[in-house]
Design a protein around this ligand. Structure first.
Ligand SMILES: [Zn+2]
Ligand SMILES: [Zn+2]
Length: 273
């Protein structure tokens, strides 16, 4: 059984066949998904909440990707404030810093990141962080924002092994995506080995970053197992061990209800089917 800690299945890429995508995920053993409502305007957050409201195995986050924070208005923030308290919302994010693409000015990214941490403190939920080529600034903002108290997920980790070790030392969780399967990603596989087994998560980040051997296609949660195979090997774990650790870690940091309860385990004598 697997849990996809970061999936954008709310997006338009899945509009035509979302039911089939979710069915394939469940058939592949992906028994839970965290749907990240944070791409573009807050419609994405609303769609993630809507999905989590009708599927027991889907949980939502609300935020705005660092690429898009330059467009944020106070009305936009107000939507996040309102959705953040929804009971199916388990985290704030993705938020963070992306200096690689630099779609929004760095100062605006930093201000929005800090403000999302404040929101996470107000609602008492962990924070999903997108950090690319900005690890020193990110650590500073996270430490200043007392983010360890919230629970921190560094998603789609792309830093050095030293960056991974530094995040783990702060008690943060580090999530690995399909990038770990790419031929030239040896530093990412080395980073896996730097993260204690009680801090490792895995994700698809679908529809982006499909793992080998699906690379180049639209990614989907059912492909998570390809990333799991590579991460398990890099971590020195068997596949069942990685499954157990990533399920426990993800449920712990997002404070998800116990699995049996959420999946509606059959009740003896509960009456007619
Ligand atoms: Zn991201
Ligand atoms: Zn993402």
């Amino acid at each position: 059984m697997w849990i996809d800690s970061h999936a954008h299945v709310d997006g338009p890429e899945f509009a035509a066949d979302r039911a089939e995508v979710l069915a394939r995920a469940r058939a592949a053993g992906v028994s839970r998904m965290i749907v990240i409502g944070a791409v573009g305007p807050p419609d994405s957050a609303q769609r993630a909440v809507d999905l989590a409201s009708v599927h027991d195995d889907i949980f939502a986050t609300v935020g705005t990707h660092p690429h898009d924070v330059g467009q944020m208005t106070e009305d936009w923030w107000a939507i996040h404030e309102r959705l953040a308290v929804h009971p199916r919302v388990v985290a704030i994010g993705e938020t963070g810093l992306d200096y690689y693409y630099d779609h929004a000015p760095k100062a605006e990214q930093q201000t929005a990141f800090a403000r999302f941490l404040e929101l996470a403190h107000r609602v008492g939920k962990p924070v999903v962080c997108h950090i690319r080529d900005a690890h020193d600034d990110a650590r500073r903002i996270l430490v200043e924002g007392r983010a360890a108290e919230l629970g921190v997920i560094i998603h789609c980790f792309t830093g050095t092994p030293q960056d991974a070790a530094a995040y783990a030392a702060l008690g943060y969780y580090v999530s690995f995506s399909g990038i770990a399967t790419y031929k030239n990603a040896e530093p990412i596989r080395q980073a896996v080995a730097q993260v204690p087994v009680n801090r490792i998560l895995i994700e698809t980040d679908c529809p982006y970053l499909a793992p080998v051997p699906k690379r180049g296609r639209r990614n989907e949660p059912a492909f998570l197992v390809h990333t799991a195979e590579v991460v398990a090997q890099a971590a020195g774990l068997s596949l069942p061990e990685l499954s157990r650790h990533t399920m426990e870690n993800t449920c712990a940091v997002f404070r998800l209800p116990p699995l049996a309860e959420a999946s509606g385990s059959p009740q003896i004598g509960a009456g007619a089917a």
